[in-house]
Design a protein around this ligand. Structure first.
Ligand code: KG4
Ligand code: ZN
Length: 339
């Protein structure tokens, strides 16, 4: 019997559903929530409501795009956490009801493990090389920045993490200071392409071990601009590209220093990146260059698997399904927690 997994993701502000045939993705539908744009960040209450509106059409479309009937599904995988509780409740409740209605197993997935396991998703007609265990993964998103030693599909050890802001937050906060829309990470990336990364220097954090800190960088950026704007109120408009390139370079360099340190300390040279910030062109370039500089085998995700998506929930669900690790109807979402 072929195994078909339906993955459901609703941890933050993207409602997503995907169908996988074993490790091959057949569909991956994502509904972004535009309602948060005017608020400069995700409003949890609005996110839950939007998930409630989106979930049926998104799942319906995922099944149709995959050309799979719901009766053919082998299991339903859903994000149990971490994330916004109200948002998670929508996906969790829907997954439970659907598994009960269809009489098929329910599989719970940790969102952060799923970001990492997205490296194992195959797309039809394009067989890609997947990492071998153990490998290192830098997970960088709007909520997390973690250096993870991945020993097996579900045996992962966090060897470094941020003590304050996540890398995505650092991008978004810098963008906000520059007056750009939320989420600003992709916009900083866009303007940075036309700018000079060495134009401005900001004080970078010095953290012990493999941990990160981004709040100092944000403050240094804020104070620098405050001083410049007193001299010239048009400073941001005149130097937007250079400012974006310089702050991006500072964030990427901070991320890379610890990743290189982790590779040296563990002796692991298979290195991956995952999460929303892994879409950043500066970070992608920096890690790709490590192939030459450090002899790393580098894994960067396809763009569609960088930000939140359900294909990554589907792949994690598939591996758990193979192990016979199922959840039951008493599973409740969790907002916090590691891997
Ligand atoms: O993984 P994700 O979709 O959601 C979380 O689990 O947080 O990550 C979203 C984060 C946001 O902070 C967004 O600004 C950032 O990823 N992001 C980027 C880029 N694309 C998304 N940051 C920098 N450059 C990008 N191209
Ligand atoms: Zn995420």
């Amino acid at each position: 019997m072929p195994v078909y997994i339906l993955g459901i993701e609703s941890s933050c502000d993207d409602t997503s559903a995907a169908v996988l045939h074993e490790t091959t993705m057949l569909s991956n539908v994502i509904a972004n929530q535009q309602v948060h744009k005017d608020f400069g960040g995700v409003v949890p209450e609005l996110a839950s409501r939007a998930h409630q509106q989106n979930i049926i059409p998104v799942i319906d479309k995922a099944l149709r795009n995959a050309n799979v009937r719901k009766e053919q599904l082998s299991a339903i995988a859903f994000t149990r956490g971490p994330g916004l509780l109200g948002s998670l409740l929508v996906g969790t409740s829907f997954a439970k009801a659907m598994s009960l209605g269809l009489g098929i197993p329910l599989v719970e997935v940790n969102h952060l493990q799923a970001h990492i396991l997205s490296h194992f998703i195959q797309t039809p007609g394009d067989i890609k090389t997947v990492p071998e265990f153990p490998f290192l993964c830098l997970t960088v998103s709007g909520g997390h920045t973690q250096l993870v030693m991945v020993k097996d599909y579900f045996h992962m050890e966090i060897i470094g993490a941020t003590i304050d802001d996540a890398a995505g937050e650092a991008f978004d906060k810098a963008a906000k200071i520059l007056g750009l829309d939320y989420p600003g990470g992709p916009l900083v990336d866009k303007y940075a392409r036309e700018g000079n990364p060495a134009a401005f220097k900001f004080s970078k954090p010095v953290m012990p071990g493999l941990d990160y800190s981004f709040s100092g960088l944000k403050t240094s950026f804020l104070y620098f601009l405050r001083d410049q704007l007193i001299e010239d109120p048009e400073f941001i408009t005149k130097h937007l590209n250079d400012l974006c390139a310089s702050i991006q370079s500072a964030i990427v360099e901070t991320l890379m220093v610890k990743l290189i340190k982790a590779s040296k300390e563990t002796g692991i040279r298979q290195v991956a990146i995952a999460g929303g910030v892994s879409a950043n062109s500066g970070l992608r370039q920096a890690i790709l260059s490590m192939h030459e500089k450090q002899g790393w085998e580098v894994f960067i995700p396809e763009f569609q698997f960088t930000t939140d998506n359900a294909a990554m929930i589907g792949i994690a669900g598939y591996f758990k399904y193979c192990k016979g690790e199922f959840a039951d109807q008493s599973a409740v979402p969790y907002s916090r927690g590691g891997i």
